[in-house]
Design a binder for this molecule. Structure first.
Ligand code: ADP
Ligand code: ASP
Ligand code: MG
Length: 438
């Protein structure tokens, strides 16, 4: 029998009804051996996420204000679920201890991690399965970098003693045992780490949509669901803003050759999206796999005649960025032109110094800065051998009246990135989607 690791997001565990659906899903397939839960999410649009409430709770502790009232609201969410499920263990005692510890430890990470910790305890009682505390097995180094090999060893050892277990998402610990979390949405990362250690055949990521959609549903109406995509395509799409899966959740499973299946807890019969190393057969592929984008970039355009024959020109430009701790996103270049695309938030405080440095070290003819750029990536292996993909994209934008300020077709050809004015972002996304998907 194979092993599946199943991660359930916050919306999949927001109330007792969802816990029931989750249990049914887990027990319907005996290969589902390790479960990674998130903290309870929103039950309705204006509801509060437990994780947000726990951060708020910590802020009150931090400024020496009473946190009891907000903690009581948190506790009531768990107590209500436990009551409705008929769970019979001393949850009130655990909640009292948790409240006390949040005050005593004064750590935002510790407070936030309790959302997953408490949900994990609830789920392990509900399933009758063992509980593995990630603080014991998921490790970060002293500077907070994830310690992948140490973690893998620790998890494997723990799994030998617990053939079925619940392992809460989102957190682990520093070498001294102090709790540390991944960034927001990090339970996806825990799920991938657990899948690697379990040498799973599949990492199932259960959420509240049928799978990865071809475009952000808040921009494109009713986008199609992607049935198959590769880890490389996923990386491009999630990096550019499609946020279904945490971008770091890709690495552990990709490295271990484990496919990921995104599924809908509210519609478990749907096969969802399957993410694999290799692309599906050409016959199953559409021309594009998906579109994703992001606003708030700046384009730095540097012109210098005969730049191409000058040794070290590109290095000196990038050195200027590195000297001020700024990373770049894209680097489309021509013979006498070099463009650097940088996220506004990276550049904002250091713009003038960087420009000054480039002028000094590169002596360009001109240097121009344009902010208010949005980037849109159109991704898909289907584009590689289909002539005219770029022409189709450019025509669609032209017909929609969108001016293209930059275009960058990666050398792998499965990715075309265009830069447009921020004000044109939504129009451009819809125009590209409609041109390729009709
Ligand atoms: P979970 O709580 O299960 O971790 P998330 O809220 O993190 O779920 O991610 C799922 C949400 O991502 C969806 O409800 C949807 O609103 C949003 N989303 C953004 N872009 C996409 C996309 N391209 N495909 C699917 N969902 C998307
Ligand atoms: N509960 C955490 C968050 O809200 C982690 C997660 O949901 O994946 O960010
Ligand atoms: Mg998520």
């Amino acid at each position: 029998m194979g092993v599946k690791v199943v991660k359930f997001g916050g919306s999949s565990l927001a109330d007792a009804e969802h816990f029931k659906k989750v249990k049914k899903i887990i027990l319907s397939d005996p290969s589902r051996c390790y479960v990674v839960p998130s903290a309870p999410g929103k039950r309705f649009p204006n509801d509060e996420k437990i994780t947000d409430m726990l951060y708020q709770c910590h802020r009150l502790v931090d400024i020496n204000q009473p946190h009891e009232e907000i903690f009581e609201r948190i506790a009531n969410r768990y107590l209500e679920i436990a009551r409705e499920l008929g769970l019979d263990f001393d949850l009130e005692k655990i909640l009292r201890e948790t409240s006390h510890e949040i005050r005593a430890r004064r750590s935002a990470d510790f407070a936030a991690s309790r959302g997953e910790y408490l949900n994990g305890i609830m789920l392990s009682h509900y399933l009758g399965w063992d509980f593995i505390d990630p603080a014991d097995v998921i490790k970060f180094d002293r500077r907070g970098a994830f310690a992948s090999e140490w973690t893998n060893e620790m998890l494997k050892k723990a799994m030998e003693d617990h053939p079925r277990a619940v392992i809460p998402g989102f957190y682990g610990s520093y070498p001294n045992g102090e709790v540390h979390t991944f960034s927001r949405g990090g339970s996806d990362v825990t799920g991938a780490i657990v899948a690697r250690a379990a040498e799973a055949d599949m990492y199932e990521n259960w959420t509240d949509v049928n799978g990865f959609l071809m475009a952000d549903p808040r921009i494109v109406e009713n986008p199609r669901c992607i049935r198959r995509l590769t880890y490389r395509e996923l990386r491009e799409l999630s990096y550019m803003g499609a946020t279904v899966l945490h971008e770091e959740a890709i690495f552990p499973v990709h490295k271990a050759g484990i496919p990921t299946n995104i599924r809908n807890t509210n519609n478990p019969d749907d096969p969802g999206t399957l993410i694999t190393e290799l692309p599906a057969d050409a016959s199953e592929r559409g021309q594009i796999t998906g579109i994703a984008g992001h606003k708030d970039f700046t384009l730095i355009t540097i012109d210098k005649a005969m730049m191409n024959s000058e040794y070290g020109f590109g290095r000196r430009v990038l050195q200027a960025l590195e000297d001020f701790d700024v990373s770049f996103e894209h680097l489309p270049t021509g013979i006498d032109t070099m463009c650097v695309v940088v996220a506004d938030k990276e550049l904002i405080a250091r713009k003038d110094q960087i420009i000054q440095r480039i002028k000094q070290t590169c002596q360009p003819d001109t240097i121009e800065i344009q902010s208010g750029l949005a980037l849109i990536a159109t991704v898909g292996y289907g584009m590689v051998r289909t002539p005219g993909s770029a022409a189709k994209l450019i025509t669609a934008l032209y017909e929609a009246g969108v001016n293209i300020r930059m275009i960058d077709q990666g050398s792998s050809e499965f990715n075309i990135i265009v830069g447009v004015d921020t004000a044109d972002f939504e129009t451009a996304m819809r125009a590209i989607y409609n041109a390729f998907v009709s």
